[in-house]
Write a protein that binds this ligand. Structure first.
Ligand code: MN
Length: 229
């Protein structure tokens, strides 16, 4: 048994539908610009050239129903609704054909983004962490096991702010599919059980402020709901 000089931090985790047992999180991998219309609204041409990734810390997870404090150092906090993939079996160099066998389940989450800090980082050629990887930047609704819901490849993905729909598209519009994302990511780094992949957001991103109620969903995977405070 390893001795530690400090009490180890708690295991980050996300809720699972139908059980009190939670899914433990190792890390959160996020795909950038994975819907054409969103790439365009970010001022970029959509491309099938190569996907790119960034990460959030595991303990950025926030449960649905939470009050989320408006984060510091930003004046332009954005919502991004995303299909979430939970890896249940690790592997490196996973083939597209085998990729879905590594998936434990699916959910819906919000990639909260300090857009002003992200844009400043882009302009300066600096890393994105200060725009993307802040505290409580990953609200994620309870996961659904693939054993119950299968492997959804189409279905409405949407988000509303105070009841007004802002994002409304279909996960079939992903530029890079879930099997492709898993195959490509696992060529660069070994994926492990407990890894979560946020697959990118459709168009319609925009700002939220304290007091806003943000609700989103993916057909068949339930809803995420947070209140900014
Ligand atoms: Mn995103």
């Amino acid at each position: 048994m390893t001795a530690y000089v400090l009490t180890p931090p708690p295991v980050a985790s996300v809720a699972v539908v139908g059980t009190d047992a939670r899914f433990p999180i190792r890390r959160i991998l996020c795909v950038g610009r994975n819907y054409e219309a969103h790439a365009r609204e970010m001022g970029k041409d959509p491309t099938r050239d190569k996907p790119f990734f960034f990460m959030k810390p595991a303990d950025a997870i926030v449960d649905t129903g939470s009050n989320v404090p408006y984060p510091p150092e930003t004046k332009n906090l954005h919502y991004e609704i995303e299909l979430v993939v939970a890896i249940g079996t690790g592997g490196a160099d996973i083939s597209e054909e085998d990729a879905l066998n590594h998936v434990w389940g699916y959910g819906v989450g919000i990639d909260l983004t300090r857009r002003d800090l992200q844009n400043a980082a882009k302009d300066a050629g600096r890393p994105w962490e200060w725009g993307k990887a802040f505290d409580k930047s990953a609200p994620i609704a309870p996961l659904h096991p693939a054993s119950a819901v299968g492997h959804p490849a189409k279905g409405r993905i949407w988000l509303s702010v105070n009841g007004t729909v802002k994002q409304d598209q279909d996960i079939a519009d992903l530029i890079w599919s879930v099997p492709e994302i898993i195959a490509i990511a696992s060529r660069s780094m070994r994926l492990e059980a407990g890894d979560i992949i946020m697959t990118g957001t459709p168009s319609g991103v925009g700002p939220i402020v304290a007091g806003d109620k943000v609700v989103g969903g993916v057909d068949g995977l339930g809803e995420i709901s947070i209140t900014m405070v």
